[in-house]
Design a protein around this ligand. Structure first.
Ligand code: ZN
Length: 272
């Protein structure tokens, strides 16, 4: 090998040993085992994959191995609105039962939340809130964290979480400004950073202690695969003026702690 190639090879080898964690993605959509294996061997050794409706929740439980890939299931606002009025109750009950049945394997209830960029009108908002509140109540009852989606709805999301006194809260793809970030911090919530830069996000990362931050790919919606967390980690390292390796280690530690990975890793494997 030429020295330049050798150097490149060595750099790649080194990159491989940096352990990373992806706090939020959707492998039920990717569902290609090769992509998962590739991400894991690249260093993303802890991956939290979220379902958003009944079929993707079932798929999520199939894809997760509780070794490197850990499942979170829930009904997100988009799908809460998509269910027909007549079958909403039955559909929710089915998912609640699935959560209860797999509680030992699950690392969170998610993806759940509020999204005011879709639908519109007071009836839609009421339905979103009803579904979100129901899952937050369930998470408290079962002692599971929540992975929360909030789009144009962070104020209401924070109010509901506070009112219910939810403690283990992950605000995925955090889009708030400094004020909302301070509220999240005050309550001990975690935020996760997607591989997308913005000046607002930069200020929030600058303010938030590293202990309250995780990295996410949101693959395949935002990043292509869980490997995209590397970009989020580099971004955080740059803003925090810290070494990439130290940030990767800290965020991995945060993710494992928040989602109770050590315990869930030994959970009895029970596929759907
Ligand atoms: Zn998501």
């Amino acid at each position: 090998m030429q020295s330049k190639q050798l150097l490149q090879h060595m750099e790649e080898q080194q990159k491989n040993v940096v352990e990373m964690a992806d706090a939020h993605c959707h492998l039920s959509i990717l569902s290609d085992a090769a992509i998962i294996r590739d991400s894991v061997s690249y260093g993303v050794r802890t991956i939290i994959t979220n379902g958003v409706d009944t079929p993707s929740n079932i798929k999520t439980l199939e894809v997760a191995d509780n070794e490197h890939v850990f499942p979170a299931i829930g009904v997100d606002p988009e799908h809460a609105l998509a269910i027909e009025e007549g079958s909403l109750q039955k559909e929710l009950e089915f998912n609640v039962n699935m959560i209860r049945q797999h509680v030992e394997r699950l690392v969170a209830i998610g993806e759940i939340g509020l999204d005011y960029t879709i639908g519109g009108g007071p009836r839609n908002v009421a339905r979103q809130k009803k579904v979100f509140e129901m899952f937050v109540d369930l998470s408290i009852e079962l002692g599971l964290p929540v992975s929360v989606h909030a789009r144009n709805a962070l104020k209401d999301v924070l109010a509901i979480l506070k009112e219910k006194n939810a403690k283990m809260v992950h605000l995925h793809f955090f889009e708030g400004g400094l004020e909302e970030a301070k509220v999240a911090l005050k309550h001990g919530y975690m935020i996760s950073v997607p591989p997308i830069e913005s000046s607002k996000r930069k200020r929030v990362i600058g303010m938030m202690p590293i202990g309250n931050i995780m990295a996410e790919s949101d693959a395949p919606v935002v990043g292509q695969t869980p490997k995209a967390v590397e970009k989020s980690i580099r971004y955080i390292a740059e803003i925090k003026r810290m070494k990439y390796e130290d940030v990767a280690a800290a965020l991995t530690e945060n993710t494992k702690r928040f989602f109770n990975i050590n315990l869930k890793g030994s959970a009895k494997m029970m596929r759907y």
